[in-house]
Design a protein around this ligand. Sequence first.
Ligand SMILES: [Zn+2]
Length: 67
Amino acid sequence: MPVYEFECTNGHISEKLVAMGTKYAQCTKCKRKARKILSTCSFELKGGGWYADGYSSTKSKSTSKSD
Ligand SMILES: [Zn+2]
């Protein structure tokens, strides 16, 4: 499940791990209803790990060859 940021009516930002499609959560500070903010991209960077993995394993292979 991805981590989303939620902003409540008081302007508090809460990070929550919720299911995809969840639009609202409870603010961790004031317990009010908080709306999902779509601008966050931190979970997308983590989700792209497969690309970084493939790149690093290719790199280490060529490094051991040249050594
Ligand atoms: Zn709040």
